[in-house]
Design a protein around this ligand. Structure first.
Ligand code: ADP
Length: 513
């Protein structure tokens, strides 16, 4: 059997293993199951490629990223590894040809899309092959607690019954809370897996959260063309509008989303990767599998739906280890949009995940500590002194009384309206709609006249985030009570809100619109 250090040097050209790689490779070589949790770019692929190269027989790699399979396989072939792939993009003849070669033991590594496992022909072939390992990439897709649950992953355990018992299963993911890790182990029936969890800390990243009412202006003050920047937006429409704004201001910028032609996508992506354009504006469709090490800033123009997505995208900054920034802009509107989106969908646990995301935006705690805690890491320090909260420009205030005013108003309006209308009534706005519904007669009419619209909407968002209010309705989101609402109304629960000091000054000015 080839020595693993030799393979590392001869095939990949590297001198040293990264933390965790050697342990995981050794475990697989010994026939033990393995579970590798490493951040994106941490070097997971090597952990299953090297054992497959070293052992007799074929290693199976299950990966959901169909579009990247061909590139990965091409790269392996260039290195002299006999690799192949099977997914829905293959025509029948190529599929049969690949399966034939697989059957006769041609491959070191065979990548397959999880959908394949359901095919009887495929399972039959597998049962006659000499399999040396089954690696499951993006293993969090098997868990309903992961942010990217895929039902097709639940067929993977079937392979356990087909391949001989001594064949090790190895699972890899970049995003796994303890809960997801346990779920992966259980569902894949990993036997006392050799587990390696790399630290999720990224010491070279400066994290900041910016509450922003005028995002396009705030964005301009934070970008420049020194080093590469990715700006993530939540919709194609926002991508285009941010892109056009930046072009108008003279920035050298490109954009990417799933709605543009494949040709243009490749061109724009390459312009960014090869440093022809320093700024990329994109939806989350951009970035999977992109290995660009010198991204200096990742800016989120909108709040993502969960911390896993956020950290994965933000983590594309500073892969080379040089100081870089991850900036998140958010507004009350983001919270409302995201909550509504989630309530339309049926992803399990999406709501709890969004709540944690909202808390990240609102917390006065160290942002890095918050992220690490989320991934079940517990650093010894409390403050990293390297994030916008540790810089100390925040203040936490008790907004329980404001919450009670808002909730009373929602109650008096029969829980039939959205945040805009509730805010108008609380501010005491005098318009036809309010008069015709006689909301100007309510005792809560105008009781928050001295607050700004933003302040009221922020508090509403905070209540949504903490589960004191829900959004329902088909056409537009309506604020309704939850089983937690009463506790806040009766001040058994208290709600705290963290402001940046600069924001607070602006917030306390009465807006006159
Ligand atoms: P992941 O799958 O965890 O996102 P990859 O396996 O794609 O990460 O690895 C990310 C990059 O790091 C790749 O360019 C890879 O070649 C490189 N890499 C992996 N292991 C090592 C190592 N031991 N030494 C140097 N570079 C490495």
């Amino acid at each position: 059997m080839k020595k693993i250090e030799t393979v590392l040097k001869e095939y990949y050209g590297y001198d040293h293993f990264r933390p965790g790689q050697e342990e995981l490779i050794e475990a697989i070589l010994k026939g033990q199951d393995a579970l590798g949790i490493m951040p994106t770019g941490g070097g997971k692929s090597l952990c299953y490629q090297i054992p497959a190269i070293c052992m007799e027989g074929t290693g199976i790699v299950i990966s959901p990223l169909i579009s990247l399979m061909k590139d990965q396989v091409d790269a392996l072939q260039t290195m002299g590894v006999r690799a192949g792939f099977i997914n829905s993009q293959l025509d029948k003849a190529t599929y049969l040809n690949t399966m034939d070669k697989a059957l006769f033991g041609y491959y070191d590594l065979l990548y397959i899309a999880p959908e394949r496992i359901a095919s009887e022909h495929f399972l039959n072939t597998i049962s006659h092959m000499n399999i040396n390992m089954v690696a499951v990439d993006e293993a969090h897709c098997i868990s309903q607690w992961g942010q990217d649950f895929r039902p097709s992953y639940q067929t993977i355990p079937q392979l356990r019954d087909i391949v001989p018992e001594h064949v090790p299963f190895a699972a890899f993911t970049a995003t796994a809370t303890t809960q997801v890790q346990e779920d992966i182990s259980q569902q894949l029936r990993l036997q006392k897996p050799n587990k390696f969890v790399a630290s999720f800390d990224r010491p070279n990243l400066y994290f900041s959260v910016v509450q922003s009412k005028k995002k396009s202006q705030d964005l301009l003050s934070r970008i420049n063309e020194e080093g590469s920047t990715i700006i993530y937006c939540n919709t194609r429409k926002n991508v285009e509008s941010v892109y056009h704004n930046l072009v108008k201001k003279g920035f050298d910028v490109t954009y990417y989303h799933a709605g543009i032609s494949a040709e243009e996508r490749i061109k724009n992506q390459d312009d960014f990767i090869y440093d022809r354009k320093p700024i990329m504006v994109a939806t989350n469709a951009f970035g999977m599998g992109i290995d660009k090490s010198n991204v200096r800033k990742v800016i989120h123009y909108n709040m993502p739906l969960n911390m896993e997505s956020y950290y994965q995208e933000a983590g594309r900054a500073g892969r080379d280890g040089a100081p870089s920034e991850a900036i998140l802009f958010y507004s009350g509107q983001d919270i409302i949009t995201n909550t509504f989106l989630i309530e339309q969908g049926n992803q399990p646990h999406a709501k709890e995940k969004l709540n944690r995301m909202i808390t990240y935006c609102k917390t006065g705690q160290c942002l890095r500590a918050y992220i690490l805690n989320y991934f079940d890491e517990h650093p010894e320090w409390e403050r990293c002194e390297q994030c916008s909260n540790c810089d100390g420009h925040t203040e936490t205030i008790d907004v329980t009384v404001d919450c009670q005013k808002i909730l009373s108003c929602i109650h008096r309006m029969d829980q039939r309206f959205g945040a805009g209308m509730v805010t108008d009534v609380l501010r005491g706005k005098n318009n036809q709609r309010i008069r015709s519904l006689q909301f100007d007669q309510l005792s809560t009419y105008g009781i928050m006249a001295k607050k700004t619209d933003e302040r009221i909407k922020d508090i509403i968002s905070l209540m949504i985030g903490d589960g004191y209010l829900a959004l329902s309705g088909d056409k537009y989101p309506i604020l309704t009570f939850t089983n937690k609402t009463n506790a806040l109304l009766q001040a058994q629960d208290k709600l705290l809100m963290t402001y940046k000091i600069v924001d607070k000054v602006a917030h306390d000015k009465v807006d006159t619109q």
